[in-house]
Design a protein around this ligand. Structure first.
Ligand SMILES: Nc1nc2c(ncn2[C@@H]2O[C@H](COP(=O)(O)OP(=O)(O)OP(=O)(O)O)[C@@H](O)[C@H]2O)c(=O)[nH]1
Ligand SMILES: [Mg+2]
Length: 461
């Protein structure tokens, strides 16, 4: 089993450390993260994901806390993701959250994690959605995602949840603020928290007025729930409202189109991030600063700079840039007295598969190819004493005869080696086995081993 599939197994069994490690990989944009997510995706979509958003201090964390306890009382496992876009590491308010949530942190059926922005590519929304996917795959019955409803990222995150809860508090202009942030449209349930305060009636009236003006395509009438999180009041009503909408999205006719819209956004988000990352591979941070200075002083325009960056990062230019670096060992050539004898170890003992035995007349050699991972072992048996392998055997005895290394552009590589004064046996590539372009480099220049170069038939981009 590969490392990724072991990790996936552990996550599916809800191994908390594996879950935490996967989320760290997501945050650090480690390549293993996408391998894990590919494997986990089929296991997502089982539980219910609940997004909570609202103004700073509205009581989102307090509500998440109480919701989690309520779900635990129902024997449901709970995953919690708190998004903190402001801090580069989890501190500040989240530390307070941690202490408050201590009752939950000791419960093995509750997983709490905070997410913060990293790097310059943004990607917080994508990273959070990915983290939620890990929790879903790990089989948490309910996943609660808390975001401060201030930026587009937050709206994007909450949009991907199955249920969107918008948290308001009584007081002036709260609903107006909510419209500005664009979250009125996404709320499936509206909570008026701190409902013990004055002005709760008016806030509710305002809210009803606003909701009457918007017609949802799915026909859902957003529910309004009053809570006092600190006193655990209204929490059961909120759970009931969430579950009711959960049923509605699961079985409603419009749920498929909503899921498709979310999936489309997700594809675009991943694509945007990958393309941006690829484009930025061809420009360093300091180059970017230099470009910015040129644009700021009107010496250059941003459009031609972007075109330059895009063309430098196109697959063909990337290929040229990468053409210098060899990709792998294509095969290892071993000179043997007889192939039959050598097969007793390589095939019968080691268990490699014998691919084919071929006689290459003009080289005076019989070869046996045994694939080994991405590479191969090539056994070489001389057809006569005066052949290159026959002479090799006479002079050095059986042993490693040559190493064959794959390069993307063999002609360019030979030119470069020649320029550097490397002694080449073939200055021009020729056709070898299977019609591949090959050339040999003299052992005098390589530290004593004959090196064969082969041009890879399909360069990886
Ligand atoms: N009076 C009253 N205070 C509450 C209520 N719910 C939460 N609070 C208090 O409001 C403050 C903010 O609560 P949090 O739960 O941290 O709010 P939040 O929305 O998560 O805040 P941020 O994550 O910083 O945006 C805390 O001091 C809570 O104790 C409530 O229903 N009534
Ligand atoms: Mg909070």
């Amino acid at each position: 089993m590969t490392n990724a599939s072991t990790q996936i197994e552990r996550i599916l069994q809800r191994d908390v450390r594996a879950v935490a490690r996967a989320i760290s990989a997501i945050e650090n944009e480690s390549p293993v993260a996408s391998e894990l997510l590919k494997g986990l995706f089929a296991h997502t979509g089982q539980g219910l994901v609940i997004g909570l958003t609202g103004a700073p201090g509205a009581g989102k964390s307090s509500l998440v806390d109480k919701l989690a306890l309520q779900y635990r009382a129902q024997e449901k496992s709970v995953g919690i993701v708190a998004v903190d876009p402001s801090s580069p590491f989890s501190g500040g308010a989240l530390l307070g959250d941690r202490i408050r949530m201590q009752a939950l942190t000791t419960d093995p059926q509750v997983f709490i994690r905070s997410m913060a922005t990293r790097g310059n590519l943004g990607g917080l929304a994508r990273a959070t959605v990915d983290a939620v996917a890990v929790l879903e795959a790990a089989g948490y019955d309910r996943t609660l995602v808390e975001t401060v409803g201030v930026g587009q990222d937050e709206v994007d995150i909450v949009k991907t949840a199955d249920v969107c809860v918008v948290v308001l508090v009584p007081g002036m202009g709260d609903s107006i603020q909510a419209i500005k942030a664009g979250i009125m449209e996404i709320g499936d349930i509206f909570v008026i928290n701190k409902a013990e305060r004055d002005g709760v009636e008016q806030t509710e009236r305002e809210l009803i007025g606003l909701l009457e003006m918007t017609m949802r395509p799915d026909g859902w009438q957003p529910l309004i729930v009053r809570t006092v999180a600190t006193e655990n009041r209204g929490i059961a009503d909120l759970v009931a409202a969430i579950e009711k909408y959960g049923e509605f999205v699961r079985h409603g006719e419009s749920s498929q189109s909503r899921r498709s819209a979310v999936a489309e956004n997700r594809i675009l988000e991943i694509l945007r991030e990958r393309l941006l990352r690829r484009a930025l591979q061809s420009v360093s941070a300091s180059q970017l600063k230099d470009f910015a200075a040129l644009v700021a002083t009107r010496q250059r325009d941003p459009y031609s700079i972007v075109e330059e960056i895009i063309s430098a990062s196109s697959p063909t230019s990337m290929m040229h840039a990468a053409s210098d670096s060899p990709r792998k060992i294509n095969h290892l050539g071993v000179a043997v007295s007889t192939i039959d004898d050598a097969l007793r170890f390589w095939r019968d003992g080691l268990g490699l598969e014998l691919h084919e035995i071929e006689v290459v007349e003009d080289q005076g050699v019989r070869t046996a190819m045994l694939p080994l991972g991405e590479s191969r072992i090539e056994l070489l048996e001389a057809t006569g004493d005066e052949t290159p392998v026959g002479k090799f055997l006479a002079k050095r005895g059986p042993g490693i005869h040559h190493v064959c290394i794959e390069v993307a552009d063999i002609t360019a590589k030979l030119m470069q080696l020649k320029e550097q004064g490397i002694r080449l046996i073939d200055e021009q590539p020729r056709r070898g086995a299977g019609g591949m372009l090959v050339a040999f480099v003299h052992p005098a220049s390589t530290g004593g081993v004959l090196v064969e170069l082969v041009e890879s038939s399909k360069p990886e981009i």
